[in-house]
Design a protein around this ligand. Structure first.
Ligand SMILES: NC(=O)c1ccc[n+]([C@@H]2O[C@H](COP(=O)([O-])OP(=O)(O)OC[C@H]3O[C@@H](n4cnc5c(N)ncnc54)[C@H](OP(=O)(O)O)[C@@H]3O)[C@@H](O)[C@H]2O)c1
Length: 332
């Protein structure tokens, strides 16, 4: 008989305070929904907590599994078993994107979304590596076409995606301007490599134009809401706004004449839609990020660590805009 494992399930769609339940469940089979019949089984040491899991507790995320289900998009831990041909083997330290099932002692990930975890990073950092850093690289490099010597302005810069984008942008040789809402978040953005830090409730658009001598090349926006038009206005000619998320709640609408006036672009960046069906693209991004880790540009900032049983508290921290860097659940 398969032994039970500890896991956290979403049992109702009532928000982070009440939607979760601690459960004992059978350990998963070595099969992942993206690679049916095959999967890397990981003994989980740390599970990443992200904005989408907050949305999942309310049924507001685009991916809506039937209840009850174990949330948790990414983990770090030690490989228990791997399919033939995988880049990792039993005993390897890894970071793995499992999409679901990460808030548990054992999780399963596709082989093409499982990456060796360098010794320089601990498990908690590994649990913040895939979703945020693959998104950052995809959004800045591939969608935003950020080049060395250009300037990237990052909204929500002290959050999980924001800190990853600051580090990746510096690794790509760009200058960085961070937008944050508090002193504590300013300190985190500076730790992540921001060259300039501006306040979201101040005249950041004018200040960004001033500190860059005319405008930024790329705006990376995980926040949305009413700052979007100012993001477009902060671009220099030929600049790009990359749409990544909507933590402010509202989905912006723009008058497209603004694009014509400044020869600017708005570009969408949906990492999941791109990556989950493209093994080779993930390997290339994984290699690029491994290089940036080795060169010292990437080191995920973990702002809070909770035991698995306190997953609800971890989700509330994100929901209440209190998160600094990555929020992580640690297992025994
Ligand atoms: N497109 C993709 O492929 C992709 C991939 C991963 C994540 N995402 C999305 O990216 C977004 C950011 O995720 P994350 O993990 O970085 O979240 P996070 O760590 O909670 O950071 C989000 C930041 O948004 C800012 N914010 C502004 N208004 C807010 C509000 N009303 N409530 C909460 N935060 C607010 C906060 O910064 P200030 O307080 O400094 O303003 C906060 O630090 C989410 O929408 C997520 O779904 C998209």
């Amino acid at each position: 008989m398969v032994p039970p494992m500890k896991a956290i399930q979403i049992v109702e769609l009532t928000g982070p305070e009440t939607a979760l339940r601690s459960s004992e469940l059978p350990e998963p089979e070595p099969s992942h929904m993206l690679t049916p019949g095959s999967g890397v089984v990981v003994d989980v040491a740390a599970a990443g907590v992200s904005f989408p899991e907050v949305l999942q507790t309310r049924g507001e995320y685009q991916f809506k599994p039937p209840l009850p289900f174990v949330p948790g998009a990414e983990v770090a831990g030690v490989v228990r078993s791997a399919p033939p041909g995988a880049d990792v083997v039993a005993g390897d330290r890894v970071a793995a994107f499992c999409a679901l099932g990460g808030f548990a002692e054992v999780a399963v990930a596709p082989d093409f979304l499982t990456f060796a975890l360098p010794d320089s990073l601990d498990f908690a950092q590994g649990a913040g590596l895939i979703l945020n850093y693959h998104t950052a690289y995809f959004a800045l490099r591939r969608r935003g076409r950020l080049q060395a010597g250009e300037t990237a302005l990052i909204h929500g810069a002290a959050g999980g995606v924001g800190t990853a984008c600051l580090q990746v942008a510096k690794g790509l040789g760009a200058n960085t301007v961070a937008i944050v809402s508090s002193d504590a978040k300013e300190a985190v953005a500076r730790q992540a490599g921001a060259d300039e830090v501006l306040r979201s409730d101040g005249p950041w658009r004018e200040q960004a134009k001033e500190v860059t001598g005319g405008g930024v090349d790329v705006v990376l926006d995980p926040v949305g809401g009413d700052r979007f038009t100012d993001s477009l206005r902060s671009l220099r000619e030929g600049g790009r706004v990359v749409v990544v998320g909507f933590t402010a709640g509202a989905i912006p609408e723009v008058k497209v004449n603004r694009l014509l006036l400044g020869n600017t672009e708005i570009v969408g960046a949906g990492w999941g839609a791109h990556a989950l069906s493209r093994p080779e693209s993930n390997r290339q991004t994984g290699e690029a990020l491994a290089g940036l880790i080795e060169q010292g540009f990437i080191s995920p900032i973990v702002g809070a660590r909770y035991p698995l049983e306190q997953a609800g508290e971890a989700l509330r921290m994100i929901d209440e805009r209190r998160a600094l860097g990555k929020v992580v659940l640690e297992l025994d």
